[in-house]
Write a protein that binds this ligand. Sequence first.
Ligand SMILES: [Zn+2]
Length: 441
Amino acid sequence: MTLAFVVVLSLLLPFARAADPKNESPTPAPTSNPASAGPAPAFVIPPAAQAAAGKPFDPIAATDAYLATIPADQRAKSDAYFEGGYWLRLWGFLLSAAISLGLLASGLSVRIRRLAERLTRFRWLQPLVYGACYLVIVTALTFPLTIYEDFYREHAYGLMVEPLGQWLGEQAIGLLVNAVLGGIAVFLLYLMLRKVRGAWWLWAGAGTTLFLLFVVTIAPVFISPLFNRYKVLDDPAVREPILSLARANRIPAENVYVFDESKQSNRISANVSGALGTMRISMTDNLLTRCSPGAVRAVLGHEMGHYVMNHVYKLVLMLGIVFLISFAATAWGFERLRTRFGIESISDPAGLPLIVLLMSSCVFVLTPVINTIIRMHEAEADAFGLNAAREPDGMAEAAIKLAEYRKMKPGPWEEFIFYDHPSGYDRILRSMTWKAENTAH
Ligand SMILES: [Zn+2]
């Protein structure tokens, strides 16, 4: 279940988000009132990517010229960082599988369920007691990998600016959010499992889809502000072109929000999200301080594409199908394995680690499918953004800045399996192709 949240929450997080949402730069961006910091430094377009009258424009040469602006040692470092991420996914999956198997095979899972039965005679409350113990155990056992992956490794690669104390504080908030959302999910899941006989996986698939939709809707207004401060952007020179782009695409936004990402990393990103009154355009202070106005418009054009094309709903529905298939496989495996671990039935909370084990195995195997579904939508948003903002060089600039923590030019299989956004090379090539076709010769 947790994996499901991670997948969908990662979609909500914006343009910049790939395998990891951090950005590389040796010095932290200034934190003092970036909303009025004025225009960011100009970005130099490489000569081969500059269009000139009477000269044919070659998109591939232009893309290569952009790539050549990244120093070789920085390319090697970001490739190593990104490729290391492939292995970390495997280790993360294996660790979580080992924890689930350990809980089941040692009999600890059954003992926790018995404890829950002793603590409360209300059957509906027992899964919550079980879930709380489970959350504590899993969080504690995965913590060494979490702190290595999300803190020490980030610092080792120079991607994070945040001190340990602040990071730990955010982890604690994250744990609380997980406890509340996970508690609701576990409560509803077992309520349903006690009532439904037979095809419970159908209900679980549909329920997960609705629950994700709920999380997606509340996240921008109720979850994101737990981690960052949001301020209304009051500089009209920056705000007005963005609102104009919004009006041109019938996006009902009256304000643009800026949040203080610079206290965590130098990641540039933005977000146009929400529904039913939670709709908002927001962007990181880093986007304003590190990117040219053209790149800001390019990034926001992309984000507006997600909004206009209802990507959140389409993604939740498509991923809902992936979850439905995973739940069906889980139901099949559960019945074959449960007696080995002393689990009475599907509605026995002691079976939670087995459900998690089977679900996460399915999601792990289906990673390329999930990534392809997301990447497809990202490519659509890129096309929309280019047409809406008409800033191909801004788009290329953003792709170059994102390359600080991403491998720019993967092989085709590598991109298919691991990339949830088009690669940097592909994004620049799309931009330069657009530029070639929209430039008068
Ligand atoms: Zn996107």
